[in-house]
Design a protein around this ligand. Structure first.
Ligand code: ATP
Length: 312
């Protein structure tokens, strides 16, 4: 089965058009340059990718360059990549990593991504053990805003976890990694497949129910919230079988020192039945989050004019 990659994005076309001597994108991938991006050091590794820091040669904007070796991509990996690109192409939100463009050569594929230089939420929680109440509120409000936006655009992430919540150097949330994402309308395709990390997986995934919709993201947000507030995971077990039982039975305990409004939010989200779980709008109106001003205008400055021109 072939999973064709989306056509050239307008930005890639722009890069090609800007190339005065009319070279193709392929010719632009030379040495430590990819299109208009000057490649610098390594940032991280994925199963099929290397991620490097790069700078736009004209605007000097930092980007994360995700590099994939096409010859190593089996059909499963191609499918994940295709989903990642097509979901990210539809999403433009201050709390979602922006895909600026895709550069292709016969052997490699380069995803030019918005750079999040503050590490990921998992590392931050592990380093600081437990985040302050106000940091938890601001971080969760941004995750909530990102997920609401995705669901409004009919996209379910399906792999929400603290590792996929990247942070900028100012603490602004950037949700990443859309490889398991899917369109809500694609029911027949993959809404009935188990994906994501077991510790964040909703009971309906373990029960192998056939309709898995947006509530799987809501559940994962509950796990992230629990982890952020307490520094521990709500469901822990040494085998997958035991974990499955804990999740299906919704066997977790919120420590008594967690503020009451936050406890109520966690309990409203981590409910075994998907249709009893809080809706995103209910979360937005919950007492615990109410004092939070919508934070992105404070922590996320308006995109620079150079970034704006990349986006339009
Ligand atoms: P896997 O492919 O196994 O699921 P992954 O999703 O973490 O792993 P990548 O998306 O390739 O793989 O990311 C690898 C690492 O690169 C991440 O763990 C993160 O540290 C870093 N990274 C990815 N995207 C960005 C970004 N936009 N800004 C900053 N760092 C990033």
């Amino acid at each position: 089965e072939a999973y064709p990659l989306p056509r050239l994005s307008p930005l890639q076309k722009l890069t090609t058009d800007l190339c005065k001597d009319d070279k193709t994108i392929k010719d632009l991938v030379v040495g430590r340059r990819v299109g208009f991006y000057k490649v610098r050091g390594e940032i991280g590794f994925g199963t099929f990718s290397r991620v490097k820091l790069a700078f736009h040669a004209l605007t000097k904007d930092k980007v994360a360059l995700k590099i994939l070796d096409r010859t190593r991509l089996d059909s499963h990996a191609q499918r994940l990549l295709s989903r990642e690109i097509s979901s990210m192409e539809c999403l433009r939100h201050p709390n979602v990593v922006c895909l600026y463009e895709v550069v292709e050569t016969p052997s490699r594929l380069f995803l030019v991504l918005e750079y999040a230089g503050g590490g990921d939420l998992h590392n931050r929680i592990c380093t600081e053990t437990k985040l302050s109440d106000v940091t938890c509120k601001i971080t969760f409000a941004q995750i909530l805003s990102a997920v609401k936006y995705m669901h409004n655009h009919n996209i379910i992430h399906r792999d929400l976890k603290a590792e996929n919540v990247l942070l900028t150097s100012t603490g602004c949330v950037k949700v990443a990694d859309f490889g398991f994402s899917t369109q809500i309308s694609e029911r027949s395709d993959a809404l009935d497949t188990f994906c994501g990390s077991p510790q964040y997986a909703a009971p309906e995934l373990f029960r192998e129910e056939c309709y898995l919709g947006p509530p799987v993201d809501v559940w994962a947000m509950g796990v992230v919230l629990f982890f952020m507030v307490t520094g521990t995971m709500p469901f822990r077990a040494d085998t997958i079988g035991k974990l499955r039982r804990c999740v299906i039975e919704c066997a977790y305990t919120v420590p008594p020192w967690v503020p009451g409004p936050c406890q109520r939010l966690i309990k409203g989200i981590l409910k075994a039945a998907p249709d009893e779980r809080y809706a995103l709008d209910q979360m937005m109106g919950c007492n615990w989050l109410l004092p939070v001003e919508f934070p992105w205008s404070l922590v996320h400055p308006e995109p620079s004019s150079a970034q704006q021109s990349l986006l339009h």
